[in-house]
Design a protein around this ligand. Structure first.
Ligand SMILES: NC(=O)c1ccc[n+]([C@@H]2O[C@H](COP(=O)([O-])OP(=O)(O)OC[C@H]3O[C@@H](n4cnc5c(N)ncnc54)[C@H](OP(=O)(O)O)[C@@H]3O)[C@@H](O)[C@H]2O)c1
Length: 339
């Protein structure tokens, strides 16, 4: 029954999203200026991540393009510089860095190179959906969707949390932001099954594996809000960007069909970047009560979702946290409740 309701919700969202989002301003009018703010965008070389990074650039942030493929990263940097030139803007402040979020080693190396540098915005955008790929594993042995979309974002976020807290102190009016590009698809599962585990061994369908990873992102955002000290000024938001035609089917034999059939229905990557950009760059006063766990999940209309099972289930959030810390090898010092 719950699955049926979830399917109806997602189906209606897909069919009517263009109509539902008609009042959301275009990307040029979303968010605010970001002068002197440092942002990291993971997976900026395609789709929603590319448009998110481009928008933060236009808002004058220092944008670190955290890519698994540095050649693609350098090409993107040139493209964004070219766009700025054509639009008569100053040369954007862009950096390219190597990061494979499917590898815990790569994440640790990225965080250690980042060192003590303050950070204002971390956008965990990198992600994948692979049809028939649920049997694939990350280098650390996790199911590919869970390992890439969730565990990578979990570890990166916690390793960089001190930098975000430092950033928040240096910019008290803006604070800092930790964003996850989540998905409406998380509504198709009720609980992240860490016992099975969705993680290490047993293959499951790609769609379910993807949904579990997105539910984990949303529950993590709510749980992190519960664990952060009051007044930390770090806004944690899991954003549903909406359903967009992106590179997510790249290389698949159905790629062309996906583009032809869905382009008339779905939104563009630029439209899908609006919610993450809104949460990342708006003044603190516009992103709601950043300490309320129930406001951790944001809809594609740039508003916190009123009713969402994932953000309310404290027990599930706590279980997920402990499992994730153990899976990624974090020590107890990262269990913020015990700090
Ligand atoms: N499209 C939608 O309708 C939709 C809806 C809801 C949520 N989302 C979420 O939005 C995010 C972006 O997806 P998209 O639709 O824009 O897909 P996309 O066009 O395929 O972009 C995915 C990006 O993630 C990067 N990436 C993938 N695996 C990575 C890894 N292991 N390490 C580092 N980077 C990696 C890709 O890099 P390469 O260029 O090197 O492949 C690419 O830059 C994902 O988290 C997705 O789940 C998408």
């Amino acid at each position: 029954m719950e699955l049926l309701i979830g399917l109806c919700n997602v189906g209606l969202d897909v069919l009517f999203q263009r109509w539902r989002l008609r009042a959301v301003p275009d990307i040029h009018h979303v968010g605010g200026p970001m002068d002197d703010l440092t942002c990291i965008v993971t997976g900026p070389t395609s789709g929603i991540g590319r448009e998110t990074a481009a928008s933060l650039c236009r808002n004058r942030a220092v944008v670190v393009l955290a890519c698994r493929n540095q050649v693609k990263g350098s090409q993107l940097k040139e493209e964004l510089e070219q766009e700025a030139k054509q639009e008569g803007r100053a040369v954007p402040k862009l950096e390219v860095a190597q990061l494979d979020v499917a590898s815990l080693t790569s994440i640790r190396s990225f965080a250690s190179q980042w060192g003590q540098r303050p950070l204002h915005v971390l956008i965990n955008n990198a992600g994948l959906f692979t049809i028939g790929g649920a049997h694939c594993r990350t280098p650390d042995g996790f199911e590919m969707h869970m390992g890439t979309n969730y565990l990578g974002a979990f570890l990166l976020s916690l390793l960089l949390l001190p930098n975000l807290q430092q950033g928040a102190q240096s910019q008290p009016r803006f604070g800092a932001r930790l964003i996850l590009t989540a998905s409406k698809m998380h509504e198709l599962v009720r609980q992240v099954d860490t016992l099975r585990p969705a993680a290490k061994a047993k293959p499951e369908g790609s769609l379910m594996a993807y949904n579990h990873s997105k539910l984990a992102q949303v529950q993590f955002a709510a749980e992190l809000r519960r664990r952060l000290k009051p007044g930390s000024n770090v806004g944690v938001c899991a954003c549903n960007p909406g359903e967009a035609v992106t590179g997510i089917m790249r290389g698949h034999f159905l790629e062309r069909a996906y583009q032809l059939l869905l382009t008339p229905i779905l939104i563009t990557p630029t439209q899908a970047a609006r919610c993450p950009v809104f949460c990342a760059s708006s003044p603190l006063s516009q992103i709601g009560d950043i300490e309320a766990p129930e406001e951790a999940y944001w809809e594609s209309n740039c508003k916190p979702a009123g009713r969402n099972h994932a953000v309310r289930d404290e027990a599930a959030g706590s279980r997920l946290w402990l499992w994730s810390a153990e899976a990624t090898g974090l020590d107890a010092a990262h269990d913020l409740r015990r700090c």
